[in-house]
Design a protein around this ligand. Sequence first.
Ligand code: MCN
Length: 793
Amino acid sequence: MTTKLMGEPVARVEDDRLVTGKGRYADDIMPGALEMAVLRSPHAHARIRSIDVDAVLDVPGVHAVYTYDDLEGPMAEPLPLLIPHPALTHGRTQYALAKDEVNYVGEAIAVVVADNRYLAEDAVGRIEVEYDFLPPVVGIDAARAAENLVHEDVPGNVAAVMEQSFGDAEAAIASAPHRLSLDLTVERSACMPMEGRGTVARWDEDLNRMSVWTSTQTSTGVRAAVATKLGLDLGQVDVVTPDVGGGFGVKIVHPWPEELLVPMAAKALRRPVKFTEDRREHFISSAHERGQQQHIEVGFDDEGRVLGMSVKFWHDNGAYTPYGLIVPIITSTQLLGPYKLPNYRVSFESLYTNTVIVTPYRGAGRPQGVYAMERTMDAIAAELGMDRTEVRENNFIQPEDFPYAHGELTFQDGRPLVYDSGNYPEMMRKARALVDWPAFEKFRDEARKEGRKVGIGIACYVEGTGVGPYEGGHVHIETSGKVKVSTGLTTQGQGHQTAFAQIVADELGVRFEDVEVVTGDTRRSPYSVGTFASRAAVMSGSAIALAARNARAKALRLAADALEADVDDLEIVDGIVRVKGAPDSQIALGTLAVLSNPLRYAFDEASRAATQFAVGDPSKPPVAEDDEPGLEGKDYYSPPRSTFASGIHAVIVETDPETAEIRILKYAVVHDCGTLINPRIVEGQVHGGVAQGVGGALYERMAYDETGQLQNASFMDFLMPYVTEVPETIDIDHLETPSPLNPLGIKGAGEAGVIPSAAVFAAAIEDAEGFPITAMPISPSELYALRLTHSTT
Ligand code: MCN
């Protein structure tokens, strides 16, 4: 009997394969392909005087070497600026291979294609490059000082200045009963998926066709880039995304130079070519995020209600701006969180530095925005001597305020910043209960008597999810009764195959195990955008639901005809259409698929075997008159605007009085992503996000020296949390306020776990220590140094 699956914690169908080593990643495709290695700049800032590849050409096993001079047509143009913005007055993107200048350690200069990776790497080592060194700009302070310029035609290293506001923040702050200012910093970190980047390409000379397999978050984006840059039609390029070992944002960047150079080489050499990134390359030549400095002015009343807030921040965008201003725009708008501010001004400068490019990393600018706002809420509470949860409650947007517009602010998708739904007071009630907030004060006092330092932090966030413009879904019922579903966006481990199958099983009335979902294959789904901004569940989930409804409607039309019944009298249970109350009058969806296939007649006449296929009256048309053949449904979903998920995290930490080691005693999450498709998957997403957040708050940073060399470009030196550092238990409570903007009421969930971590850890450590924490991440040695400072002041 078919049961409702939406909302059920169905076990992920993909896990068995993935955790038993049966996943198939880019590097597993086409063993024996030629391999590409990349010569990367060892200098952060230099002009290239000459490149000598002579020593490489005669090396046995080397098939080709390419530098900028070998690039032709569109390949010789800079890579696309993916999201232009009017405020981005000085946007710059790099070339697939550096033209005459390098702007970060790791920028690609030349590639060698050889029989295998060893030969290719050795050959890369023989290329001689002469450089004229230029002074590097490393870090936000150096960029702001502008004593040196990253791009000589970009004054002040400023890629963009942007401001948004509503009301009159300055006047409100000036006349407020209380005022505060804060200066905060967050350092750079990075996605660090288990699998780095990887691309394989094969050119079929007979079919005039390019096939690309790439570890990406957007197969259609890569297809568009490959076609454009290599002068091919879109229809000549197929891009398939195999299993992807994590993306977390870094693989939404497209095209990476390697994603173009591999197909270019495959076409030129008429041989399959592969590139598999190693870990060091991932550190120095993919993308980072998070680095910001923030200055906040706030005015508030006696109850802690914010009357006016003005934020200025400086965003480190690295050496180029392929993603435009997406990250700082998200910080600017998502900073507002669940709060009702009457007056707000935010401005930022997006600054060039001679470091790896900055593109969205899970959370994408939100962690910094939440950090700014939540640290402000904590500061207000401290100033007024109020409970931190009460200050937040006094500022909450109330359930009856939805849809709630933040003045005339514009969201990242260019549409007005309007929250669709939520219940922040209820969320706070749940969060306080989950972490037992009221009991903490006593616990802290008792711990202090024993010489222990414990602290609690709480942080709220609202997250715009499910940005448009659209995604599609295709549901095809096979003659076997199995259901094949496809959607164009890609999967990096989020469990889409399971969640989307749940949706289809419910909508169509088929068994979950009869549904198979394919993502990220342009041969099946040529039109799609990609997986980012926690949009898959909202976008593809909605499109697939609509497509399944179309398939269902068609199945019912056909069945009504076959069973001589009224459509309204039919139901579909476990893949069988039957007349309600007359279970003997039934027909299987697979049989209807046969009926809807015009080939049935050809089979009837052609062979005896095929006649077994014939069902019903062959003289009848295969489908109702207005229908197309085939039992399938497809649809696209395009949202009117983003839907806003929300959540509250609370953490209890203990800091060692001697070593300043920071231990997590409890971590609690209340989360609202609208209608839950699969709570187990959502909880897994939250767990993963929290783990990344722990890393970002306590361990990870990009340790550049003043020459622009990344000092910790390996897992020996870059501290990721292990299981030993991530809390074993994360308490999660769900709230479901369905979104009115899509057919299933879904909001996104994929980034939620990481968003408030810097804020919540800073708050908890501050509470344990009794002095302000303004720079994240914070290590034990930094905490120790702060203790010394504060004990002497
Ligand atoms: N889901 C659900 N019910 C909801 C909302 C979501 O059951 N109401 C489920 C979805 O069906 C999906 C998962 O939760 O299986 C995440 O859904 P969604 O919020 O739509 O996020 P996306 O699928 O679009 O994934 C993108 C998001 C982002 S932006 C980053 S970054 C990220 C993340 O997801 N990268 C990940 N989670 C990741 N998880 C893994 N394992 N690897 C990554 O690279």
